[in-house]
Design a protein around this ligand. Structure first.
Ligand SMILES: Nc1nc2c(ncn2[C@@H]2O[C@H](COP(=O)(O)OP(=O)(O)OP(=O)(O)O)[C@@H](O)[C@H]2O)c(=O)[nH]1
Ligand SMILES: [Mg+2]
Length: 283
């Protein structure tokens, strides 16, 4: 069970699910699948993603904003500008973070935070520190299930298990690349491997597939149809476990906070921690 927080500011801070992991493992694709819309670019090309915060808002259409530390506050932008700023050359104003307020997404008050791939540009082993009192943040460590036990990933999990006090899970994505036996074998061994590495208690390890999930609601999707039933079932079960964990985390921390706006997104303590971490590594 994931630990609950104490002293999270009288419920004023919205709970947040933070997605971190290597470049190209599917962080953005997972968030898109969870929110059931293609808000974030998910592509093979390496992105220099600024920390990006997404939340639900009672609006008639999606709104996007960019933010600069020490600047005048959020700048309203279009979705196209939002996508462009995520490319390095598309950010001449030097924004530090991006935000999206989306109508009708499944999570009422959980903020989603997307981050840059860790192995990009020497961004190899970031260490995130959280302010005190610890804000309600659940860290989703996203990995490619085939390479999940690489040393830098184990180090990353071991370090952040301490920082997040157990509010951490491993999303082992791209399980659609494996057969059912391989998925089962890797999942069975994951706990032992982490414990042997000194990660105790081992966090939940969820084999899943953002790609299969994105196609789940679609009738007769070719990619899902091609997949062996057992693989599909295991990936769906892993994704359901992720979704349920996020809903539970949201329910535990959502009480009493007000509607989310851009000012709130960009002034969350987590936003400062993430921009400092990103800039510290880039410097
Ligand atoms: N087969 C398969 N491909 C996936 C899956 N999830 C993501 N991908 C693909 O993997 C590539 C990277 O996905 P992204 O979501 O952009 O990965 P990311 O971790 O956000 O990448 P960066 O932001 O560059 O660090 C894209 O081509 C996705 O279509 C999956 O579950 N299965
Ligand atoms: Mg991404």
């Amino acid at each position: 069970m994931l630990e609950s927080y104490v002293g999270c500011g009288g419920g004023a801070m919205p709970p947040c699910a933070l997605f971190m992991g290597d470049f190209n493992v599917g962080k953005s694709a997972l968030i898109n699948a969870l929110l059931r819309r293609e808000t974030l670019p998910a592509c093979r090309e390496e992105s220099r993603a600024l920390p990006t915060f997404l939340a639900r808002a009672e609006l008639s259409e999606a709104h996007f904003a960019a933010w600069k530390r020490g600047g005048e506050g959020p700048t309203s932008i279009t979705h196209e500008e939002f996508l462009n700023i995520r490319r390095k050359a598309g950010n001449p104003d030097g924004f530090d973070a991006l935000g999206a307020l989306l109508p009708g997404t499944p999570f009422r008050s959980l903020v989603f935070a997307d981050t840059a791939g860790m192995s990009a540009d020497g961004f190899e082993s970031p260490r995130l520190t959280l302010p005190t009192p610890r804000p309600p943040v659940l860290l989703v460590v996203v990995t490619d299930i085939e390479y999940w036990s690489a040393k830098h990933t184990m180090d990353f999990i071991a370090h952040h298990q301490q920082v997040f006090g157990g509010s951490l899970l491993v999303a082992a994505n791209k399980a659609d690349h494996l057969n059912a036996d391989e998925i089962r074998r890797l999942s069975d061994r994951a706990r032992l491997r982490m414990e042997a590495y000194g990660i105790r208690p081992a966090p939940p390890f969820l084999p899943l597939s953002a790609r299969l999930e994105a196609a789940r609601g679609l009738q007769s999707n070719e990619y899902r149809m091609r997949m062996k039933r057992e693989v599909r079932d295991r990936c769906d079960a892993g994704f359901d476990a992720l979704r349920v964990t996020l809903y539970e985390f949201e329910a535990r921390h959502a009480a009493g906070h007000r509607d989310i706006d851009f000012d709130m997104l960009f002034t969350m303590p987590l936003a400062a921690s993430l921009t400092e971490m990103t800039q510290g590594v880039a410097a």
